[in-house]
Design a protein around this ligand. Structure first.
Ligand code: ITT
Length: 198
């Protein structure tokens, strides 16, 4: 098994990522496993900037490959909100309050189109890195449904199957989600030996 640090404090993200990478011989270490307890400030303007910052900072500090995921919800009718700031949409940054605020802001809105983006950066000691992005399109519901997942999943209706993201099991979500799609591109590059761990 190859050790890769997953540079996230989000346990749900960590579970989704390690569930997909474990079958490919990658042992995902959490920040807790390596004793890192601080926050990495996310001050970038793009998903890439933040994912690169998380991955490169942790890789350089611990001299191991590190994977950063910066992700978020983009809502067409709220173009300057959410996105890279999805986590801190409401003042508390708690999932339930973020979702409640989104429902209030869209109360009288007809255009409810939205998509999730996941930007992955895998960074190696020495500076080699690989970047992948995944996306899933959908719309924002008017009520909550489903108990799985995290963040905005209970409000996100997937275009392809009409289900809420929070109604999917972790494996089902990984098959279709923005994060699953970004990681599928990484896995393809591992299979084709474009990404190597030597
Ligand atoms: P790390 O930075 O420590 O990885 P985080 O939760 O702060 O964890 P981000 O900065 O990437 O992660 O913010 C992502 C936010 O976007 C997340 O907290 C959710 O609010 C939302 N989000 C991202 N992916 C999601 C998903 O798969 N389902 C639901 N909401 C998601």
């Amino acid at each position: 098994m190859i050790d890769v640090i997953i540079a996230t404090n989000n346990k749900d993200k960590l579970c989704e990522i390690s569930g997909l990478l474990k079958p490919y011989g990658i042992n995902c270490l959490s920040l807790g496993d390596i004793g890192f307890a601080d926050e990495i400030e996310e001050d970038g303007d793009t998903f890439f900037d933040n994912a690169y910052k998380k991955a490169s900072f942790i890789s350089k500090k611990y001299n191991l490959p590190a994977l950063g995921d910066d992700s978020g919800l983009v809502v067409d009718s709220l173009p300057n909100e959410l996105g890279v700031r999805s986590k801190r949409f409401s003042p508390s940054a708690i999932d339930k309050e973020n979702n409640d605020l989104l429902l209030i802001k869209l109360e009288h809105e007809i255009n409810r189109q939205a998509h999730f983006i996941s930007q992955i950066v895998l960074y190696f000691p020495g500076g080699r890195f690989f970047a992948y992005q995944g996306r899933i399109d959908g719309e924002i519901a008017r009520d909550f449904r489903g108990n799985n997942g995290f963040g905005y999943d209970p409000l996100f209706i997937i275009n392809e199957n009409g289900k809420r993201m929070a109604e999917l099991t972790r494996d089902e979500k990984n098959m279709i989600s923005h994060r699953g799609r970004a990681l599928a591109k990484l896995i393809e590059d591992i299979d084709n030996e474009i990404v190597t761990f030597q």
